[in-house]
Design a protein around this ligand. Structure first.
Ligand code: ADP
Length: 483
């Protein structure tokens, strides 16, 4: 019997999403189930989750969980989600619309430590047979929101399931004031540099990194990079000391959601054999963003959180070159106020060549991935990155920096790869404005050779990043853990 696993996370596409974590949770557990490994998920009861939880039943109730008031754990099936689920329903913590971590002013909710300690506690209880009918062999925590689970289980003298923690982004560490520790319910010995203490504060992610049996991250290159001072975000020493249990598995893409041949969000679906129909999406995208219908250079697309980590300040600074070369930009994103203002101003300054929508829009995200000639991901750090993987399937060539999962998924169009017919995109090394601007210029040169471009599109579209492979790698890991 394949090992069973419980996946605990704070996001799940399509119910609650701020980034790639939601896409992974929307696909990996069902891919594991398809491989015959019984897999379940635990989520917080955000409004979007509760709206899909009508058919679920309470298996336990607590009068006051970590100060959030009445709590219930629901079990059963969420509407339209094919994986059995548990939901932690604590209205005092999770009945808040909008971004799951931030209030309307963009500040962290002041009770985030309590909200996600409650989630972790519940994950640990499920591991300890809170549900008399099901107990997992492995509990896989995703990111800091579930980071305390391995610490809770490690502190339990009774035998418990194995634990793993998945790092989707090391930069988000769940750091809270030191006095948080007093009510977490962990043994005093955990508040140490070997445990969750982080310069006098507590880090929920560090708790997981220190206590879990295994650490996973979402690409092989990122697994290496986070052991370096530059990309270790203060945890590099800990990660080096745990290198023997750290592994990288590149994310898959959910081709039920991201496939140009079946994408109902496009004006006309297309495939490798009908790639001319990609033009229909391009035309619609230009119309939607107020871009000219004719341009000398390629149309570059961005769908991203607007942050420094994503390197979008570099793109902002390189925009004059993109525009000068006759390129166009279609950008969708939300994030740092300075970047939002910058791209808004660029859309005015370069009207017809630059269009920016500053918001979250699933529909438009698909149109940009499909309608662009090039999808830009100039990240300083990128654990895996998904938009470059989606882009390839849509015949939109990715332009990415040589880091993390970007390095693992895109084959640069250098002379050797072109000759071998393996090139799928464009890769630059240094996180500098000049390097990005130079690469944009190079891509504009390549755009002139349409036959070569077409052949790269065919190679990119034939790449297979479906979840089956990644899920197989996770399954082998779980088998090792329980052996
Ligand atoms: P991260 O998880 O760091 O944000 P990923 O590339 O792994 O980056 O995943 C980003 C996911 O979020 C993709 O599915 C992308 O399409 C989506 N996304 C990001 N920003 C937006 C937005 N403003 N509107 C719609 N989808 C978005």
């Amino acid at each position: 019997m394949a090992p069973s696993s419980l996946h605990v996370a704070s996001e799940l596409y399509p119910l609650i999403k701020t980034g790639g974590l939601a896409d992974v949770m929307g696909a990996l557990p069902s891919a594991l189930n398809r491989l015959g490994a019984p897999t379940r998920i635990l989520l917080p009861g955000y409004p979007g989750v509760m709206a899909a939880a009508g058919a679920m039943t309470a298996i336990t109730e607590w009068p006051n969980l970590f100060g959030g008031g009445a709590a219930r754990v629901l079990a059963g099936h969420l509407e339209d989600i094919d994986v059995p689920a548990y939901v932690l329903d604590v209205p005092g913590f999770f009945d808040r619309p909008g971004n799951p971590y931030l209030d309307d002013n963009g500040h962290d909710w002041p009770d985030n430590a309590r909200r996600f300690a409650a989630l972790s506690w519940t994950g640990a209880e499920l591991a300890r047979s809170l549900d008399p009918r099901w107990q997992p062999d492995v509990v896989h925590s995703h990111d800091w929101q579930a980071g305390l689970i391995p610490a809770y289980l490690a502190a339990d003298p009774a035998p418990t399931p194995k634990t793993a923690i998945a790092v989707h982004n090391l930069a988000y560490q769940g750091v809270f004031p030191g006095d948080t520790f007093a009510w977490l319910g962990l043994p005093a010995s955990s508040f140490s540099p070997e445990g969750l203490e982080f310069y006098g504060q507590v880090s929920f992610l560090k708790a997981g990194l220190a206590a879990a049996d295994r650490i996973t991250t979402v690409s092989r290159t990122y697994a290496q990079e986070i052991q370096s001072v530059e990309q270790g975000c203060g945890f590099d020493g800990l990660l080096r000391s745990r290198a023997d249990v750290l592994s990288g598995i590149v994310n898959g893409a959910d081709y039920d959601v991201w496939n140009p041949a079946t994408d109902h969000r496009l004006p006309r679906p297309y495939g490798a054999k009908s790639i001319d129909d990609k033009e229909v999406a391009k035309k619609a995208l230009r119309e939607r963003l107020g871009l000219d219908q004719v341009a000398e250079g390629p149309l570059f697309g961005v769908v991203s959180r607007l942050t420094w980590h994503k390197g979008l300040d570099l793109l902002f600074a390189a925009l004059p070159v993109l525009v000068e070369r006759g390129g166009q930009l279609a950008l969708l994103g939300t994030g740092e106020a300075g970047l939002e203002a910058g791209f808004r101003a660029s859309a005015d300054r370069f009207a017809g060549q630059v269009g920016a929508v500053l918001g979250y829009d699933e529909e438009l995200a698909h149109l940009i991935i499909a309608g662009s000639d090039v999808v830009l991901v100039p990240s300083r750090a990128e654990p895996c990155g998904l938009t470059q993987i989606y882009a390839m399937k849509y015949g939109s060539l990715p332009l990415v920096r040589n880091t993390g999962g970007l390095a693992d998924t895109v084959v640069n169009a250098d002379a050797k790869a072109i000759a071998a017919g393996t090139a799928t995109g464009f890769v630059f090394n240094l996180a500098t404005i000049d390097a990005l601007a130079g690469t944009i210029g190079w891509v504009c040169d390549q755009w002139q050779d349409r036959a070569r471009w077409r052949s790269m599109q065919q190679t990119a579209m034939a790449m297979d990043f479906s979840w089956g492979r990644a899920a197989g790698d996770y399954l082998r890991l779980y088998e090792e853990m329980v052996a």
